[in-house]
Design a protein around this ligand. Structure first.
Ligand code: 13P
Ligand code: G3H
Ligand code: ZN
Ligand code: ZN
Length: 333
């Protein structure tokens, strides 16, 4: 049994309180390996942004949860080495799907967990979420719950139908479960193909414009639970320059469309205080690796392509922290 406080990590409570008051959002970036972790911490320290390191169950399978936890512990020391004496770093379980998984993460030093019961009937979602909250709060670990189902790939399952969060359910859900934050569904979705071209319109330059997020639902939710921390999953913007580089060097990404950054900027100013981004990082790393492979075919040292991948990732994350999330300068190092 390890408590996150002994690892120098923090939970999300104070972070979210400040983010809502300051009208910005905290980035939650997924990591599965050392280069991703380094890029996240470099971007966070260089912009002085508090940050959430997210581990999915897929990441646990890929990299081993013990290694990931030690990497997060190392991330705190790494941030200090990079010049931030008091880093604010959360280690968060992304899309936990069972009490056992959440407990296992809490017991090994995670400071925050998500229990995603949104795919279960409402009362089952409440019961499961409350069970996780009751356990987590004994150790001051914060819990994210979810109401509403996102479209796209989630938890290795392709959800054919999405359901927007129903504002009339949120007071009951939040009060009966005791969750610390709530993930909602207002039109975002996971992956790099969030909308089909048929769902989009075209602007004057012929660029596809996806349907806007349902800010009306967000406002209704905010009215019901004022000041309560809201989370947006599926918030990659799918930068078209990265998609073009990938496809130029042999990739085959078709109809890759994300959430426009101006909408995320608007969301960050509301009670949305955690924005999840994974796919954009995957695109940045893939673009860098493809470019190196294509332009330097004699290269066979992994550091020569994973290094640039890490650099591209850091630059992408810095831009997001500064220009989209608005969290730059909010970590008092
Ligand atoms: O929500 C996410 C992780 O939980 C990531 O969303 P993206 O696929 O849009 O990056
Ligand atoms: O929500 C999904 C995240 O992008 C994590 O993806 P993953 O389950 O493939 O690790
Ligand atoms: Zn879900
Ligand atoms: Zn998600």
């Amino acid at each position: 049994m390890v408590n996150y406080k002994d690892l120098g990590l923090v939970n999300t409570r104070e972070m979210f309180k400040k983010a809502i008051a300051g009208q910005y959002a905290i980035a939650a970036f997924n990591f599965n390996n050392m280069e991703q972790m380094q890029a996240i911490i470099q971007a966070a320290v260089e912009t002085k942004s508090p940050v959430i390191l997210q581990v999915s169950s897929g990441a646990r399978k890929y990299a081993n949860q013990t290694l990931l936890r030690y990497m997060a512990q190392g991330a705190v020391e790494y941030a200090k080495e990079l010049g931030c004496a008091h880093p604010q770093i959360v280690l968060h379980l992304d899309h936990g799907d069972s009490f056992e998984l959440c407990k296992s993460c809490i017991d090994m030093g995670f400071s925050s967990v998500m229990i995603d019961g949104s795919h279960f009937p409402y009362e089952e979602n409440i019961a499961l979420t409350k069970k996780v909250v009751d356990y987590a709060h004994q150790f001051d670990v914060t819990v994210e719950g979810e109401l509403g189902v996102l479209a796209g790939i989630e938890d290795d399952v392709k959800a054919e139908h999405h359901t927007y969060t129903q504002p009339e359910e949120v007071i009951d859900f939040v009060s009966r479960t005791g969750v610390d934050s709530l993930a909602i569904s207002i039109g975002t979705s996971h992956g790099a193909n969030k909308f089909t071209p048929e769902q989009c319109t075209r602007d004057a330059n012929g660029v596809l414009v996806p349907p806007p997020l349902r800010f009306d639902i967000l406002k209704e939710i905010e009215k019901k639970i004022p000041g309560f921390p809201i989370v947006l999953h599926g918030s990659s913007s799918v930068p078209q320059d990265l998609v073009a580089i990938i496809n130029k060097y042999g990739g085959a990404l078709k109809d890759a469309i994300g959430i426009p950054e101006d909408q995320l900027r608007e969301a960050a100013k509301s009670a949305v205080c955690k924005i999840n981004i994974d796919s954009d990082g995957r695109l940045a790393m893939t673009a860098a690796v493809r470019e190196v492979m294509a332009t330097k075919p004699a290269e066979f040292d992994p550091r020569k392509y994973l290094g640039p991948a890490r650099d591209w990732l850091r630059e992408l994350y810095k831009k997001k922290l500064i220009n989209v999330l608005g969290s730059a300068g909010k970590m008092e190092c």
